[in-house]
Design a protein around this ligand. Structure first.
Ligand SMILES: [Zn+2]
Length: 333
């Protein structure tokens, strides 16, 4: 993504960042020295986790079912059409704020169907490469637009690429977030670029995990899939029955981790500005298309986050202010 999301805004809650360690941003998600010590616990380098991380369901038989990078109109709705046929199966969806601008109705449908909604940042950036302020912006802008659409504030977050270290963790914690990783990767995302990738590998992996891995495991699992590609979504109706027939209980990561209310009771974006008005699901949903088109013209050529930010603009309750920033940020997927 070549346009950064908005940086710090006056309406961001001023969380206590005194426990955020002074770790310099890394150069890239793969900026790792093989075999070197990992004092900062960068999962994307070494697989290091801290007790505050979720990486798999703790109870044997539980299966965290998670989808990243949506919402997408065609593929997420296709997935929802399927999941509607298996009402006992709910999943976690980790959402990109910039895509909510395009498809708020799809996010609302997903939430209303009983699925769990979490943050996946605004621009799908590798968070350990960002400054503290940039990380906060990635999280809180996404939180804000999600809340505008579904009316609740997420509590769970999945760092893109699993790119988290102690600095990123501390910022997430300061804003009330639980980071969610995974321990079974379908690699479905590579099917979008790798011509040799065979979709049959995905259900084959699930079969392997259920019939072999889960037999000897003492804990549950968590799988990673994506709902932005039609072809990978097309095999989910194979994957879920494999889990269920294998004795697994697919469920949101929050559920298997015992979190009965996976949303924050206080939003992080109201300090320093009046609370958002009219942030009901229906209001935003019905207005979103006109807001988007109107703001698209206004935002063209504007890559300055501050051009559309500002407490007074946001406090006005218009999704268009968010959209204005988002339109400039929609070039990455
Ligand atoms: Zn992702």
């Amino acid at each position: 993504m070549d346009v950064p999301p908005p940086t710090n805004q006056p309406w961001f809650r001023k969380a206590d960042l005194s426990k955020v360690p002074n770790i310099p941003p890394r150069k890239a998600v793969d900026d790792c020295v093989k075999g070197a010590p990992d004092p900062n616990c960068a999962w994307s380098c070494t697989g290091c986790t801290r007790p505050t991380d979720f990486a798999f369901c703790p109870k044997k038989g539980d299966w965290g079912l998670s989808f990243d990078d949506g919402p997408s109109h065609s593929s997420t709705n296709k997935l929802m059409d399927y999941l509607d046929t298996v009402p006992d199966v709910k999943a976690s969806f980790f959402i990109l704020g910039s895509r909510v601008v395009e498809f708020p109705e799809t996010l609302l449908r997903t939430y209303k169907a009983g699925h769990h909604i979490g943050v996946h940042t605004w621009s799908h950036t590798a968070l350990t490469t960002q400054t503290n302020e940039e990380i906060i912006a990635e999280i809180l802008w996404t939180e804000k637009i999600i809340r505008q659409v579904i009316g609740v504030t997420p509590k769970w977050i999945r760092p893109p690429y699993g790119d988290i270290d102690d600095r990123v963790r501390a910022i997430m914690t300061a804003y009330g977030y639980t980071p969610a990783l995974w321990n079974r990767d379908t690699n479905d995302f590579t099917s979008g670029t790798d011509k040799s990738f065979q979709l049959s590998w995905i259900p084959a992996n699930f079969t392997q995990w259920v019939s072999v891995d889960a037999k000897s495991a003492t804990t549950g699992f968590c799988s990673l899939e994506h709902d932005i590609l039609m072809k990978t979504v097309s095999v989910v109706p194979q994957n879920v029955p494999i889990l269920v027939k294998g004795g697994m209980k697919p469920q949101p990561v929050s559920t298997c981790n015992g979190d009965t209310n996976p949303y924050q009771t206080v939003a992080n974006d109201t300090a320093g500005a009046a609370p958002l008005s009219g942030a009901t699901s229906a209001g935003v949903s019905s207005n979103s298309s006109t807001s988007a088109s109107a703001s698209s013209a206004n935002a063209s050529g504007s890559t300055s986050p501050t051009a559309t930010g500002g407490a007074s603009t946001i406090a006005g309750g218009a999704l268009g202010a968010l959209v204005g920033v988002a339109i400039a940020a929609l070039t990455f997927l």
